[in-house]
Design a protein around this ligand. Structure first.
Ligand SMILES: Nc1ncnc2c1ncn2[C@@H]1O[C@H](COP(=O)(O)OP(=O)(O)OP(=O)(O)O)[C@@H](O)[C@H]1O
Ligand SMILES: [Mg+2]
Length: 241
């Protein structure tokens, strides 16, 4: 089953948040998901522990994954679930190249800034290197994060232009800047256990996550060999694959 990796060598690009949102959405669609937590800050593992019984049934989190245990954990979880998701460190690390070699699809979360674009470019260069030197082509996309829903900044336009010039696929659904996406970590919640009276625009945040989840599923179905995904996907999604 496919390994979906989230990578950007720039810290704080929004990788772990994107992992949490997408893993939750895919699990809600009926898929069995294992998140391998190789982020040294272990946010996903802490979130999972806090969430306890409120965690979506089909979502497993494997804590403390390191360079030494990565391959073993992938081999252990790949046959048992529908998608294995990897959350990586936000700095240059040998773990990133190692993880790429096991990945079927790479998502590169990036805020609309030159620094995040540079971190994304490092990952894209690594993927290009793998393709040219080893003939391994790993499909990948950038997903924009922490986007202001109202204003498009010049920096964001610059990042979009750069990606278009480099012919890098950009996910149509960005992750908007929302209090709900921050609070899922601080409160150990999901978007579906939070109290809408205490979180502004929770419904909008849910719509955003659902739209992105569907788009990620479409990409996985298009590029990866997947069994279960076909049976859980909506007719619209099935048409795309
Ligand atoms: N869409 C969003 N809306 C609001 N806050 C966000 C959003 N995405 C990320 N954040 C916040 O930005 C900070 C960094 O996000 P996150 O931890 O997901 O990034 P990361 O790339 O995993 O970082 P690292 O490289 O350190 O692992 C966190 O405080 C998180 O709550
Ligand atoms: Mg992280």
């Amino acid at each position: 089953m496919p390994v979906l990796t989230f990578a950007n060598t720039k810290g704080g690009a929004g990788k772990t948040t994107a992992v949490l949102l997408i893993a939750t959405e895919l699990a809600r669609m009926g898929m069995r998901i294992a998140v391998l937590d190789a982020d040294p800050q272990h946010w996903i593992s802490r979130w999972h522990q806090q969430l306890g019984g409120n965690c979506p049934e089909r979502l497993q989190v494997v804590p403390y994954v390191s360079a030494a245990s990565l391959e073993r954990e992938i081999k252990r979880w790949q046959p048992a679930v529908d998608v294995v998701i990897l959350d990586l460190p936000g700095h240059r690390s040998p773990l990133i190249a190692q993880a790429m070699g096991h990945s079927d699809y790479v998502l590169i979360p990036a805020q609309g800034s030159a620094m995040d674009a540079q971190g994304a470019a490092t990952v894209i260069d690594l993927l290009t290197y793998l393709e040219h030197r080893a003939g391994i082509r790993i499909p990948h996309s950038v997903v924009l994060t922490r986007i202001n829903p109202i204003i498009t900044t010049r920096a964001l336009q610059g990042v979009k232009q750069l990606l278009a010039e480099k012919r890098v696929h950009l996910m149509a659904t960005p992750i908007v800047e929302r209090a709900a996406f921050r609070d899922v970590f601080s409160c150990g919640e999901t978007l579906y256990t939070m109290d809408p009276r205490h979180v502004s625009n929770l419904e909008r945040a849910q719509e955003n996550a659902q739209m992105l989840g569907r788009e990620v599923l479409e990409r996985l179905m298009h590029y990866c060999t997947i069994g279960k995904l076909n049976s859980v996907a909506s007719p619209a999604v099935r048409l795309v694959a």
